[in-house]
Write a protein of this length. Structure first.
Length: 514
């Protein structure tokens, strides 16, 4: 007898918070109405929001831009020890939670693909193919060879795919999304927030860029990445994409919908709120004897990365670096205490007082100190920004041997924005039109490093595809490390991927790579 995933079971898996991913049932229920379709789509977005909460960044912390900080503790006057662990503060195994949530989203997508009539629901189907492709793209870059589940039939004999097979599956889904999604942004399901053909083309360009590097190393894909990215960039006015002029506006709660977001999770994705409030980037400590309040960041840049980050407006909007001191001032009729900001100075103060300010509208902090321990946030969770597309286009152009002025200008726009310059005006910080391919490639890789740090599509995925393990480890200082104490129990033999959850390998021994 065939076994199917049913609507009821999937809803339980999606919304109950239990650990169940697959469940066998004998009966099959089809989805027939737009309300039912949108219910499943909301479930997919909910799972993506659950993936991209504070715990998600633990998986990116093997790079040198993000460092785990929640369990750091003092062992001497200016000496600190960092306790690195793949488990979040609640003791949950982060990699397995991310894996489970992504597959829960895939199960819902498979249910919709199996049930819906493309002729009746073409746009919905396009969105579903897009979302399934994105989930597998994320799984591929975290786990290397995730099992490919493309139906609603339970099987414990799914073979372990090759890296190329995984990427070919992702490409096929994005290509179907391009065929089915609307061309005009005005025709998307959710005005200003919906997916269009351009969204799928941009993400597919990123897939091709990744496929050109490790582990597939199909360098012919660079030309395809450049071609797709160029198409979206040249038609950006039509598609409604572009850079936000002020970098800080990306993190302002008042800018949740903007032209830079090609794909993201918005606070208004009904009926669920964006789960980024769980990031809890800052917590204001109790004052010490000197009436100083330090801000304990859950994640921080490595010391090397922080010091190497170029001075710029972008830097000032990327990091928090200091602490607040309670100051007594004289006022008519008495005294008043105010909080004054002090920049960090010593290594010990770096450990306590440096963190990321992305995802936090920091301008409001000085007016309301309670925002340092905030419980909610209205910033969009950017899963793919137009700035990344510009840099992907430039890199793919170099690697495919097709550099032109549009590719150089793509990088220049990101650089100008970083320094709060006119995006379309030539500046003395621009890359030279005569720049060599080698220098341009170095500039692009570095810009991705600065621009995308501490974001879901951040530095770690570049570390994987460019095989930068040695480079990353050389950049670590002061006893920092990139490998979790669990060692090869959770990390693949090649170091770049996490192993599949033990439960899946027990149920299906064919998934065990060893």
């Amino acid at each position: 007898m065939r076994k199917y995933f049913t609507t009821g079971i999937i809803v339980i898996a999606l919304f109950s918070g239990c650990d169940l991913v697959f469940q066998e049932e004998d009966s099959l229920f089809l989805i027939n109405t737009e309300e039912e379709v949108e219910g499943f789509l909301n479930g997919i977005y909910y799972n993506l929001s659950e993936v991209h909460n504070s715990s998600y960044f633990y998986l990116l912390a093997r790079s040198n831009d993000i460092k785990l900080a929640p369990s750091g503790f003092r062992i001497g006057n200016n000496e600190y020890k960092e306790d690195y662990s793949i488990n979040n503060p609640d003791g949950e195994n982060v990699k397995d939670l991310v894996y489970m949530r992504l597959y829960q989203a895939i199960i819902s997508a498979n249910k919709l693909i199996y049930s819906l009539n493309e002729d009746v629901f073409p746009q919905y189907m396009g969105e579903v193919y897009f979302l399934r492709a994105y989930c597998y793209f994320k799984l591929a870059r975290f786990f290397g060879r995730p099992p490919l589940i493309d139906n609603i039939i339970v099987s414990y004999q799914v073979p372990l795919p090759t890296h190329r097979q995984v990427y070919e599956f992702i490409i096929a889904d994005f290509q179907r999304a391009i065929e089915l999604l609307p061309e005009s942004p005005d025709e998307t399901r959710i005005n200003g927030q919906g997916l269009s053909q351009a969204s799928a083309k941009a993400l597919l360009a990123e897939v091709y860029l990744a496929m050109g590097g490790y582990p597939v190393k199909d360098q012919s894909k660079y030309a395809q990445a450049a071609l797709l990215a160029r198409e979206v960039i040249e038609q950006s006015d039509v598609y409604g994409f572009g850079l936000v002029e002020d970098y800080s506006d990306l993190w302002s709660g008042g800018e949740t919908v903007n032209q830079e977001c090609i794909f993201g999770i918005y606070p208004s994705h009904s009926p669920f709120e964006n789960d980024l409030h769980r990031l809890r980037i800052f917590n204001l400590s109790s004052p010490n004897a000197q009436q100083e309040y330090s801000t304990h960041a859950s994640f921080k840049p490595s010391h090397f990365f922080y010091n190497q980050f170029p001075e710029s407006y972008r830097r000032s909007k990327t990091f928090f670096s200091g602490y607040y001191r309670l100051i007594e001032i004289e006022i008519p009729g008495g005294t008043e205490h105010i909080l004054g900001f002090e920049p960090y100075d010593t290594w010990g103060e770096y450990v306590c007082c440096v963190g990321f300010t992305k995802w936090l509208d920091f301008e409001d902090v000085h007016n309301d100190m309670n925002r340092l321990s905030y419980d909610s946030h209205e910033t969009t969770c950017y899963l793919y920004r137009y700035a990344q597309l510009l840099l992907t286009f430039a890199e793919a152009s170099v690697r495919s041997g097709n550099v032109d002025q549009l590719a150089i200008e793509a990088v220049n726009k990101v650089i100008r924005r970083a320094h709060r310059l006119d995006l379309n005006q030539v500046s003395n910080l621009d890359l030279s039109p005569e720049i060599s391919d080698e220098a341009l490639l170095e500039a692009v890789v570095n810009e991705r490093r600065w621009e995308l740090c501490f974001e879901p599509e951040g530095r770690w995925f570049d570390v994987v595809r460019l095989e930068l393990r040695d480079t990353v480890e050389e950049m670590l200082t002061d006893g920092e490390q990139t490998v979790h104490p669990e060692g090869d129990r959770i990390i693949s033999e090649d170091w770049y991927f996490y192993v599949l959850p033990a439960e899946d390998r027990w149920l299906n021994p064919g998934l065990d790579e060893k």
